[in-house]
Design a binder for this molecule. Structure first.
Ligand code: BT5
Length: 281
């Protein structure tokens, strides 16, 4: 069914997996950012479980003003609109729920084992296969009493790009991503579609979104993240806004912060980029 909202590009409406809360998927061929789109929609009508998918994003968002790259039609670019009853200090669990579901989807659709790298990467070895970005509405756009709050979580999963080395499209991959990124087609060596990954992702996400709303569910999500987080137990370099620290990553707190033993003390890292250093010996 075709649809449109205001100035945005036209979209096709599809149903999500039966029995899940994701009853409406809006599929765009081109959009600036699926996260931006759902945040705008939420200002007018916060419809929990609404999903936006784009074949191409002209301004795909990463963290800290960075961009997310994907050529037209090659990868899964999807965002979901959530209205979780989560204490503000645990909002990072929305990111966790989507990360775990995306990892499960990569396994189910392509047989690829994924690890979670703190804070928001899905990796195979040290290569990034997907990135997750959770955003809330700016305070000015929220009513003071509005609860639960709108959270939009977007994930970019590299399905067919970066391509295998012998594919002519390899030339289109920026030099930094050649060294740091991977995709399902590179890891699985077999064909897999974004639609398959999306179906598995939404199916795996549905119970985890339910888990966000109660205490025991949140404890379970945090534990599952710690169990699958490849950063815990590693020697790491953490790049902060204005400094770097090197140490041993000990754990992730219930608030989603990384505890790093830097020798003289244990530092709590709330935001930053992590480099896994080589194991010694
Ligand atoms: C992220 O940011 O990893 C979050 C990415 C979220 C993208 C999704 S797509 C659907 C939804 N709508 C949006 O607008 N965004 C979300 P960050 O940790 O800041 O990583 C960004 C960095 O990853 C870039 O600066 C590049 O170095 C690298 N990068 C960009 N594209 C990549 C790709 N396809 N694969 C691997 N690395 C990539």
């Amino acid at each position: 069914m075709p649809g449109a909202t205001g100035d945005d590009a036209p979209f096709i409406v599809e149903a999500g997996p039966p029995g899940t809360r994701f009853s409406e998927i809006r599929r765009f061929s081109r959009l600036d950012s699926t996260n931006r789109y759902l945040l705008d929609v939420a200002r007018r009508h916060p419809q929990p479980g609404l999903v936006a998918v784009a074949e191409h994003q002209s301004a795909g968002r990463g963290r800290l003003g960075r961009t997310w790259e994907a050529p037209l039609g090659a990868n899964l670019l999807v965002s979901v609109l959530l209205l979780p009853s989560v204490p503000v200090e645990q909002l990072h669990l929305c990111n966790v729920a989507v990360s775990l579901a995306a990892a499960d989807a990569c396994k189910a659709a392509a047989g690829v084992d994924i690890a979670l790298k703190w804070p928001n990467d899905l990796v195979v070895g040290e290569r990034k296969l997907a990135g997750v970005l959770a955003e809330t509405m700016p305070a000015a756009d929220r009513s003071a009493t509005a609860a639960p709050r709108v959270v939009v979580v977007g994930v970019g999963v590299n399905v067919r790009w970066p391509p295998p080395d012998d594919d002519p499209a390899w030339a289109s991959v920026p030099a930094d991503l050649r060294a740091s990124a991977t995709s399902l087609i590179r890891q699985a060596q077999r064909s897999v579609t974004s639609e398959e990954v999306l179906g598995h992702l939404l199916t795996a996400l549905d119970p985890r979104v339910g888990a966000l709303d109660d205490l025991s569910g949140r404890v379970q999500l945090a534990q599952e993240y710690r169990d699958r987080c490849s950063t815990v137990g590693r020697r790491v370099r953490v790049v902060l806004a204005d400094a770097e620290v090197v140490g041993d990553a000990l754990d992730v707190t219930p608030e989603g912060h990384l505890l790093v033993d830097v020798g003289a003390c244990i530092t709590t890292v709330t935001a930053g980029d992590v480099v896994h250093l080589r194991r010694e010996g």
